[in-house]
Design a binder for this molecule. Structure first.
Ligand code: HEC
Ligand code: HEC
Length: 357
């Protein structure tokens, strides 16, 4: 059996297992509740206040809080060197584009564009995801072609519509810059190479995590951290089944799923591009067509526009499309308002400061 098919089977089974587990978690034992069931708020609070089995967050185990980054990791020499590299446009072919050009940390860790612009304003083929919390992703990129952050770094560096660079260029520019000499000497015995540049960047990226979202404070026992609308939104997010795909510490990014399960999103949008084929571009397997990594929804309020094609300008539009194409359900104005209130409660803090739009 080839690797692609094996992965498909493994992640397919994992997805199914996750969905079954979630359904078991959300269905009350004594009735066959429908999605419209309104179990009472006290129930939610009881889990929060009493915690308890099956896990620390009781009924809310499907989503768990983001841990705080260890101060020693944040302050490490490698992470600080990685931060310099992340902000250094000299790594790109023409010296104009850094990682931070498309992953603006003050603005949600993405670039706010439908499609990114690389050197010479070349448009990319997909929307830039946030770099915040990407360390928790089970793979990197929309189609999961990089297994982890180390594999991911070369992607943008060498991509002709991103930094259009090469390792030779990047290494030469770093060597030419005296500001780096001490850092590389101290951290890597003076070795300036693909390996060490990647390693430093990954150390920095691993600190790009955003704990303390209101929803995390709620999970940690502060029942007042989110308001009634967000609470009701979380209930609907759970009851309608969004959570069967968007779950875990990053509220997603745990497995692949088809975009357009209950309807043909691509046929209806039209103009299908290569990037729309998703995971198929990696495996060449027919069943991977239109399959994408389920994106994490942390800080999603700050990362419009949405989807790999950047087609949804607002969260309202994105939630509406998810309802229709992933769940086969027309969400009402009220549904969307509550769910968005919940999604807003997923905005965390970076270096102790709440992220801003
Ligand atoms: C020109 C804009 C641009 C630049 C410059 C850029 N990126 Fe990206 N980044 C993107 C886009 C677009 C994607 C999505 C690509 C895909 O999925 O095919 C992405 C994806 C990522 C991801 C994966 C996130 C996820 O959830 O899958 C990480 C991590 C990342 N970039 C880090 C970096 C680093 C580190 C650099 C610098 C070495 C960098 N990026 C430079 C636009 C950019
Ligand atoms: C069957 C799995 C599945 C279900 C159920 C699901 N989603 Fe998604 N969601 C995805 C996938 C896959 C994508 C990425 C689609 C793409 O861009 O190719 C996505 C993307 C999103 C995005 C855009 C994120 C971004 O950064 O661009 C939002 C917001 C979202 N989902 C919210 C929801 C909500 C709210 C629900 C319930 C109403 C829901 N999803 C149900 C799989 C799912």
């Amino acid at each position: 059996m080839n690797r692609g098919r094996l992965h498909f089977l493994i992640y397919g089974s994992l997805t199914l297992l996750a969905a079954v587990l979630v359904v078991m978690l959300i269905l009350p034992k004594d009735d066959t509740s429908t999605a419209d069931d309104d179990d009472d708020d006290d129930d939610v609070d009881a889990y929060i206040i009493h915690g308890g089995p099956p896990g620390q967050y009781g009924k809310h185990d499907a989503i768990v809080p983001i841990p705080h980054p260890a101060e020693k990791d944040r302050q490490s020499g490698k992470a600080r060197l990685g931060e310099k590299l992340f902000n250094d446009p000299q790594l790109s072919a023409d010296g104009t584009i850094s990682c931070a050009s498309c992953h603006i940390l003050a603005q949600g860790g993405d670039d706010g564009r439908k499609l990114s612009l690389g050197v010479d304003g070349a448009p990319g083929d997909v929307n830039a995801p946030t770099v915040f919390n990407s360390v928790f992703g089970f793979r990197q990129f929309w189609d999961g072609r990089a297994d982890n952050l180390s594999e991911q770094v070369a992607g943008p560096l060498l991509n002709p519509v991103e930094m259009a660079s090469s390792w030779a260029i990047a290494i030469r520019r770093v060597k030419e810059n005296p500001a780096y000499l001490d850092d590389f000497r101290r951290e890597y015995g003076g070795e300036i190479s693909e390996r060490t540049i990647t390693d430093a960047l990954v150390h920095f990226e691993s600190t790009l995590i955003t704990p303390d979202a209101p929803f995390d404070r709620f999970l940690n026992g502060d029942a007042t951290a989110i308001d009634d609308e967000a609470r009701e939104g979380f209930r609907r997010f759970t009851d309608y089944g969004c959570i069967s795909c968007h779950q875990g510490v990053n509220v997603g990014a745990n497995f692949f799923q088809r975009f357009g399960i209950m309807g043909d999103y691509f046929a209806e949008r039209g103009n299908i591009t290569k990037a729309d084929l998703g995971r198929f571009n990696v495996t060449g397997q027919e069943e991977d067509r239109y399959i994408f990594k389920v994106p994490g929804l942390r800080n999603v309020a700050l990362t419009a526009p949405y989807f790999h094609d950047g087609s949804a300008a607002t969260l309202d539009e994105a939630v509406d499309i998810m309802g229709r194409y992933q769940l086969g359900r027309a969400l009402s104005d009220e549904d969307r308002r509550y769910i968005i209130a919940f999604l807003n409660s997923l905005t965390g803090k970076y270096r102790g400061e709440p992220l801003q739009p």
